[in-house]
Ligand binder design. Structure first.
Ligand code: ATP
Length: 209
C-alpha cells in the first residue's frame, strides 16, 4: 500500500525565529508522525504590519535555526510567489508540486483565534488538515464563528487527508518575536530564547537595533 507523504506546514513571519516556533514544530512532527516540517516565511504577511527585517534575512535566520534538524526544511515559496502571502494560495501551490502529499498546517491558538477572517479559510480546510498548538494565555477558541469551525472539524486523531482539525498541548513557552525584538532593541540578552547562531546573525547584521 502506498501511503501519502505527510508534510507539516509552519508558516509565520519569523521576525525573528525563536524557540517558541521551533520546539512546538518538533513536537508536532513527532506527535503526528510527519515526514517533514516545512518552515515558510511570509513574504508580505496579510494579518499584521510589515516586518522590520527583509524576507531574505528572515529566511536566512530560519535556515540557520533549522540546519541541524534534517526533518525541518526551509521553503521560500511565499518569496517566490511574491505579493501578499495568502496561506490558501501557498497550500494550492504546494499541492500542485506534491500531489500525493497530505498537508498539515500548524497554527498557534492566537493565530487560529482569527482563522474565520483568513482569506478563503474553507479552501485551506479543503487542501489541508490543521493542528492547533496551544500557546500560553491563548485558550483554544470555543465561542463565536471560529469556535464553531473548531468544533465542526475537530477530531481526536487525523484520519483523512484534509478537512480535519486536531489540537496539541505542546510545551508552553511564553515567548514571542515581539518580546525578542524589544529585548534586542534595548540591548538585553536573548540567550536561551533563540538559537545561538540566529542571535549571532542578528548582532552581525545589526538587526532590530
Ligand atoms: P510576533 O510577536 O511578531 O507577532 P510571533 O512570535 O507570534 O510573532 P509569528 O511568526 O507571527 O510569531 O508566528 C508564527 C506561528 O508561530 C503562529 O502560528 C504562532 O501562533 C506560532 N507561535 C509563535 N510563538 C509561539 C509560542 N511561543 N508558542 C507556540 N506557538 C507560537
Amino acid at each position: 500500500m502506498q501511503t501519502n507523504r505527510l508534510i507539516g506546514i509552519n508558516g509565520g513571519t519569523f521576525d525573528p525565529i525563536h524557540f517558541g516556533h521551533l520546539r512546538p514544530a518538533l513536537e508536532v512532527l513527532h506527535a503526528l508522525h510527519l515526514d517533514e516540517m516545512r518552515f515558510i516565511p511570509a513574504y508580505q504577511p496579510v494579518h499584521r504590519a510589515s516586518p522590520s527585517v527583509s524576507a531574505q534575512q528572515r529566511c536566512e535566520m530560519v535556515r540557520l535555526a533549522i540546519q541541524n534538524q534534517p526533518s525541518f526544511k526551509l521553503d521560500t515559496i511565499e518569496l517566490d510567489l511574491g505579493g501578499p502571502s495568502y496561506t490558501a494560495t501557498t497550500l494550492e501551490a504546494i499541492k500542485k508540486s506534491e500531489p500525493n502529499a497530505s498537508l498539515v498546517l500548524m497554527m498557534g491558538t492566537d493565530a487560529f483565534a482569527k482563522f474565520n477572517q483568513w482569506h478563503d479559510w474553507q479552501g485551506i480546510l479543503n487542501l489541508a488538515n490543521i493542528v492547533v498548538t496551544h500557546r500560553p494565555g491563548e485558550p483554544v477558541p470555543r465561542d463565536g464563528e471560529v469556535g464553531q469551525i473548531f468544533m465542526n472539524h475537530w477530531v481526536p486523531k487525523l484520519t483523512e487527508a484534509s478537512g480535519q482539525i486536531v489540537d496539541l498541548p505542546v510545551t508552553q513557552l511564553d515567548l514571542s518575536a515581539t518580546a525578542l525584538r524589544s529585548y534586542l532593541k534595548n540591548g538585553d540578552p536573548v540567550d536561551y530564547l533563540m538559537p545561538e547562531n540566529v542571535a549571532r546573525y542578528i548582532y552581525e547584521h545589526q538587526l532590530y537595533q
